[in-house]
Design a protein around this ligand. Structure first.
Ligand SMILES: [Mg+2]
Length: 374
C-alpha cells in the first residue's frame, strides 16, 4: 500500500502487489517503438532547397516548405498533414491553392500563385520528367536515417526536398540512459523495417532491436526473453501491444495509449514521460527493500521475545513477562514495522531529486541577480 501510494504520487499506477515485486527484479525492458518511444506521428525534420542562385538559403527553405504546405493544405494524408503542421510551426502563411489534385501512391500536384507545384516521391518525379539527380545523394542519406523524403518541383524544375519522420518523445533517450545506469538491458520491438528501427534505436541507445515483428508475434518475442530466465517488462501503447503486455512479467501501458493496452497492463504510466518507467522501478525496489527490512525485524524481534515470554529467563533471573507487558511488547513490534513503512513517505525518485537539486542550484543565482540589480 505504501509503495502503490508513493508510485501514484509520481504518476505511476501499480494495479497489484505482484507487479511491484516483479518490477523490482527486472532484467530487460522492451519498448514498443511507435507511440511509445516516438510521438507516433510524422513531423518535418529536414528541408533542402536547390540553390539556384536567386534565393538565399533560409529563404529557399521557407519557400520550398511554404509551397509544399499550400499544395498539401487540403490533403488528408498523414505526411501532407505533417508538412502543413511544419510550415505553421515555422510561422509561414498558407493560402489556398488555386487547384489541387492528389495522385494516390505518388503525391500531389497543385497550382500555387500561377505556378505548377509537384510534391511527391521518385515515381511522381520520373513520370513528370523532373530531374532529381542533384538532390539524390542527400535524399539517400536522409532515407538511411529512416526518414521519408518527398521531392518538390516548381514549374517542372526540382526546387528542393522535404524529409519527414516520426520523432522521439522528449524524454525517451534520457529514460533509456537511466535504465542502463540501473544495469538493465533495453530492447525495442517494432513492425517497422529494420532501417527505420535502427535509426531510432541509434538515437536513443537501444541494445537490442527486434524489427519487422508482426503484431501477433510481439508476445512471442517477450516469451523468448523470458525463456532465458530473465524478468521482462514490456512498455507499450497500442492494441497490438496488449498480448505482449500480458505476457511480460510487468506490462507497462502509456496513459495516452489505447484502452486495451491500459486494461491489459499491470502498471499505467499516467504521463507521457518515459522516465516514469525508471520511477516505477525505483519505487518497486524501495518497496521491496522495506518489505525485507520489516520481515527481518519482525522475525528478529519475535525470535528473541517469544522465548522470553515463554519463560526463558525465569530459571536464572526469575524474570516472568506479565500478560500486560507481553501484549504491550507485541504491539510495539507491529508499530515498529508500521513506522518503518511510513518512512517510505520520504522516498523521492532520482529524477525528482535531481530536478530539485537543479532548481536549488538555480535559486541562489536568481537571488544574486536580483541583489546585484538593486
Ligand atoms: Mg505503439
Amino acid at each position: 500500500m505504501a509503495g502503490t501510494g508513493k508510485a501514484a504520487e509520481h504518476g505511476v499506477l501499480f494495479k497489484n502487489a505482484e507487479a511491484i515485486e516483479n518490477a523490482s527484479k527486472l532484467k530487460v525492458i522492451v519498448f514498443d517503438k511507435t507511440g511509445t518511444l516516438t510521438k507516433g506521428e510524422p513531423s518535418v525534420t529536414d528541408v533542402v532547397a536547390m540553390d539556384d542562385g536567386r534565393m538565399m538559403n533560409d529563404e529557399g527553405h521557407s519557400s520550398v516548405l511554404r509551397l509544399a504546405a499550400i499544395a498539401e493544405k487540403n490533403s488528408e494524408h498523414p505526411l501532407g498533414e505533417a508538412i502543413v503542421r511544419g510550415a505553421e510551426a515555422r510561422g509561414l502563411e498558407i493560402p489556398d491553392a488555386e487547384s489541387f489534385n492528389a495522385i494516390p501512391g505518388h503525391g500531389v500536384e497543385a497550382r500555387v500563385e500561377g505556378r505548377e507545384v509537384l510534391l511527391g516521391n521518385r515515381k511522381l518525379m520520373r513520370e513528370r520528367n523532373v530531374d532529381i539527380s542533384p538532390l539524390l545523394p542527400q535524399a539517400e542519406a536522409l532515407e538511411r536515417d529512416g526518414k521519408t523524403v518527398m521531392f518538390v518541383a516548381v514549374g517542372g524544375q526540382l526546387a528542393g526536398l522535404i524529409a519527414v519522420a516520426d520523432t522521439l518523445k522528449e524524454y525517451s533517450a534520457e529514460a533509456i540512459q537511466r535504465l542502463h545506469q540501473l544495469g538493465l538491458e533495453v530492447a525495442m520491438i517494432t513492425g517497422d523495417n529494420r532501417r527505420t528501427a535502427e535509426a531510432i534505436a541509434r538515437q536513443v541507445g537501444i541494445d537490442r532491436v527486434l524489427a519487422e515483428v508482426l503484431p501477433q508475434d510481439k508476445a512471442e518475442e517477450v516469451k523468448k526473453l523470458q525463456a532465458q530466465g530473465l524478468k521482462v517488462a514490456m512498455v507499450g501503447d497500442g492494441v497490438n501491444d496488449a498480448p505482449a503486455l500480458a505476457q511480460a512479467d510487468v506490462g507497462m501501458a502509456i496513459g495516452s495509449g489505447t484502452d486495451v493496452a491500459k486494461e491489459t497492463g499491470h502498471v499505467i504510466l499516467i504521463k507521457e514521460d518515459l522516465r516514469d518507467v525508471v520511477v516505477a522501478i525505483e519505487v518497486a525496489k524501495a518497496t521491496m527493500g522495506k518489505v525485507k527490512q520489516n520481515l527481518f525485524w519482525a522475525f528478529a524481534y519475535n525470535t528473541l521475545s517469544i522465548p522470553i515470554g515463554a519463560g526463558l529467563l525465569y530459571p536464572v533471573f526469575k524474570l516472568v513477562v506479565s500478560p500486560e507487558w507481553a501484549a504491550f511488547l507485541m504491539a510495539v513490534s507491529s508499530i515498529t514495522v508500521t513506522l518503518n513503512t511510513l518512512l517510505m513517505r520520504g522516498f523521492v525518485p532520482s529524477i525528482r531529486r535531481e530536478e530539485r537539486r537543479r532548481e536549488a542550484a538555480q535559486r541562489p543565482l536568481v537571488a544574486a541577480t536580483v541583489s546585484s540589480g538593486k
